[in-house]
Design a protein around this ligand. Structure first.
Ligand code: RBF
Length: 154
């Protein structure tokens, strides 16, 4: 008989950390709002949500690592907006941020979810932060609840 373990989307009693960035705040703010709204609608108590603001995507992983290592959170949601522009910074920051976010979770054994959008244009970033392509902050928040509930069973 196959045993399948999956996480539900019930956030009651979960402690969730969010790391969000100030860069590209217009979209970032909408992603943060989407993430918090999704958490609360799925039962997470407002007082069990901690938001840490950092300057930009490059700084996300260190804050996520400190939060994960503290073991005070059942999951951590990382939110950021990277827009390509004309320089190679985009690729460097995107690579480092993604790797660092992943490492923060793996090292601590705490779910850390990726809500960093990487786009060519501002228009694409707006689409992914609450308009026609959904809200990636909300999706990362739901992934955090699901993974927190999966991890509790492993
Ligand atoms: N941070 C972001 O979160 N999104 C960006 O699109 C972004 N673009 C940047 C472009 C350049 C050329 C530089 C130097 C930084 C950029 N940053 C961006 C900021 C970066 O993540 C970090 O906060 C700063 O470099 C300070 O360490």
């Amino acid at each position: 008989m196959t045993q399948t373990i999956e996480g539900n989307l019930i956030g009651t009693d979960l402690n969730i950390g969010i790391v969000a960035t100030r860069w590209n705040d217009f979209m970032g703010h909408r992603m943060l709002h989407g993430a918090k709204d999704a958490l609360i609608r799925h039962g997470v108590d407002d007082s069990n949500i901690t938001v840490v603001m950092v300057p930009g995507c490059f700084e996300i992983s260190l804050a996520a690592k400190k939060m994960a290592d503290s073991k005070r959170y059942d999951a951590i949601v990382c939110l950021g907006v990277l827009i390509r522009g004309g320089t190679i910074h985009f690729d460097l920051i995107a690579g480092d941020a993604t790797r660092g976010i992943s490492q923060a979770g793996l090292n601590a054994g705490v779910p850390v979810t990726l809500g960093v959008i990487t786009t060519e244009t501002i228009e694409q970033a707006i689409e992914r932060s609450g308009s026609k392509a959904g809200n990636k902050g909300e999706e990362a928040a739901l992934a955090a609840i699901e993974m927190a509930n999966v991890l509790k069973q492993l």
